[in-house]
Ligand binder design. Structure first.
Ligand SMILES: *Cc1c(COP(=O)(O)O)cnc(C)c1O
Length: 392
C-alpha cells in the first residue's frame, strides 16, 4: 500500500528527528488535507502556522507559478523586483524601515542577534553583547538561537554554544531589571510564547520593559515568527501591546507555504549593517517573495475582520467544551489546558482519527488554523473536539 511504502522509505532514509503521525498527506485544498487513501482532514495546524491562506490559495498559486516561469533565482549581486515589493509592503504594514530576507525563523533570529550585537558594538564598544531572553521561550534550532531558547532540554548534548545569553522569567519585571546590566545589548521575546505552551505576555510587563530598554538604548527584538502576519488578529502581535520594537522577525506564515524568514529593523539599526555584514544565498528569492506578496495582498481589512470574528467564535465554543480548564493565547493562536487528567497528546490523536488535525505545545492542545477559515469550519472543528472530549 502507498501509505506503508512512503512511511517505510521515510524511516529508512530520513533522519529520525521528528515524531510523525502515521499519516501521509498527499494533497491539500483550502482548509482540507487529504491522505494517500483520499480521507479528508480539517486542518487546524496550518503546517505549524505556515499555511496562513490554507492549502493552494489561488492568489498564491498564481503569483508563485507566474514568477517561476519568469525568474526563479538570481544572486543577491543583482536587483530583482519581488523582494523590494515585499519589503515595501512589510514596512508599510509594520512601521519598520528596512528588511533583510533569509529562509527560516531561526535564520531570521540569528540575523536579529547579529544586528543587535553589531549596533551595540559600533555604538558602545564590544563589552555590550549579551542578549536576554525569557524562560520557556523558543527561538530556533541553530546554535545561537538554541542558546537563546530559554529551555534547558533543547541545550542538552549540543554545546559549546555562542556565549552571552541569559534568561529571565516572563512577566517578572524585577528579574529583568536585575539581569539587565551594562553588558546587555538586547532583549528578545515572543509576545505569545508558542512552543512554550501558548502563553501571552502581560501588557503592563511589556510597557515597563519597553520604557526600561528605551532609557538604556537596549534593543527590543520581538520574535514574531509564529505570532506575526495576522495570526493574532493584528498584523504583528506587538500591536496588541503598543510596543514599538527595534527589530522584528517573521517567518512561518509570511511565505504562505514557501520557506522565508525576515528581519525587520529601524533605520537606526539597519545603518550599521553595511555591505558584507550579512547575507544568504537564497534570501529574497523571487518566487518566495512573489508568493509572500500575494499573502500580504490577500490580508485586507475584510480578511482581518474574519480572523478576529473566527477567533471570538472559536474561543467561546472551546470554553464550553467538557474538561476544558483554560483557553489561552491571542486571536487564532490558541492553547487549551485540560483538567481531569486529560492529556493533550491523547486528544490530538483522537482528533486525527476523527478527521481533525491539531497540535500540542507543552501540555496544552494548540490550534493554529489557516486564517481563511469560515464560520462552518469553526463549528465543524468544535463538533469533532466536543465528540472527542465527551468520550475522554
Ligand atoms: C518556529 C519558531 C522559530 C523557528 O523557526 P524555523 O523556521 O523552524 O527556524 C523561531 N521562533 C519562534 C517563535 C517560532 O515559533
Amino acid at each position: 500500500m502507498q501509505t506503508e511504502k512512503v512511511i517505510r522509505r521515510d524511516l529508512k532514509y530520513i533522519m529520525h528527528t521528528y515524531n510523525r503521525s502515521p499519516l501521509v498527506i498527499e494533497r491539500g485544498e483550502g482548509m482540507t488535507a487529504y491522505d494517500a487513501q483520499g480521507n479528508a482532514y480539517l486542518d487546524f495546524t496550518s503546517g505549524i502556522g505556515v499555511n496562513s491562506l490554507g492549502y493552494c490559495h489561488p492568489a498564491w498559486v498564481s503569483a508563485v507559478t507566474e514568477q517561476a516561469g519568469k525568474l526563479s533565482h538570481t544572486s543577491n549581486l543583482y536587483y530583482t523586483a519581488p523582494d523590494g515589493k515585499l519589503a515595501k509592503r512589510l514596512c508599510r504594514r509594520t512601521g519598520m524601515d528596512k528588511v533583510f530576507f533569509g529562509n527560516s525563523g531561526a535564520e531570521a533570529n540569528e540575523g536579529a542577534i547579529k544586528c543587535a550585537r553589531k549596533y551595540s558594538t559600533v555604538t558602545y564598544g564590544p563589552a555590550r553583547s549579551k542578549v536576554l531572553t525569557l524562560v520557556n521561550s523558543f527561538h530556533g534550532r541553530t546554535l545561537a538561537t538554541l542558546k537563546a531558547t530559554g529551555q534547558e532540554v533543547f541545550h542538552k548534548d549540543f554545546g559549546p554554544f555562542p556565549e552571552n545569553f541569559d534568561y529571565v522569567p516572563a512577566n517578572d519585571f524585577a528579574a529583568l531589571e536585575a539581569a539587565a546590566d551594562e553588558t546587555v545589548c538586547a532583549v528578545m521575546m515572543e509576545m505569545v510564547q508558542g512552543e512554550g505552551g501558548v502563553v501571552a505576555l502581560d501588557a503592563d510587563y511589556l510597557q515597563k520593559v519597553e520604557k526600561f530598554c528605551r532609557e538604556r538604548d537596549i534593543l527590543i527584538i520581538v520574535d514574531e515568527v509564529q505570532t506575526g502576519v495576522g495570526r493574532t488578529g493584528t498584523f504583528l502581535a506587538c500591536e496588541h501591546y503598543n510596543i514599538k520594537p527595534d527589530i522584528v522577525t517573521l517567518a512561518k506564515g509570511l511565505g504562505g507555504g514557501l520557506p522565508i524568514g525576515a528581519v525587520l529593523t529601524t533605520d537606526k539599526v539597519a545603518a550599521v549593517m553595511g555591505p558584507g555584514s550579512h547575507g544568504s544565498t537564497f534570501g529574497g528569492n523571487p518566487i518566495v517573495c512573489a508568493g509572500a506578496c500575494a499573502v500580504l495582498d490577500t490580508m485586507d481589512d475584510e480578511f482581518m475582520k474574519n480572523v478576529n470574528d473566527r477567533a471570538v467564535q472559536l474561543r467561546a465554543g472551546l470554553e464550553k467544551l467538557p474538561h476544558v480548564k483554560q483557553v489561552t493565547g491571542l486571536g487564532l493562536m490558541v492553547g487549551i489546558a485540560f483538567e481531569d487528567g486529560i492529556k493533550a497528546a491523547d486528544v490530538r490523536t483522537a482528533c486525527e482519527h476523527a478527521g481533525l488535525l491539531v497540535l500540542t505545545a507543552k501540555d496544552r492542545l494548540r490550534l493554529l488554523p489557516p486564517l481563511i477559515l469560515s464560520e462552518q469550519d469553526v463549528d465543524h472543528a468544535l463538533k469533532i473536539l466536543s465528540g472527542v472530549l465527551e468520550k475522554a
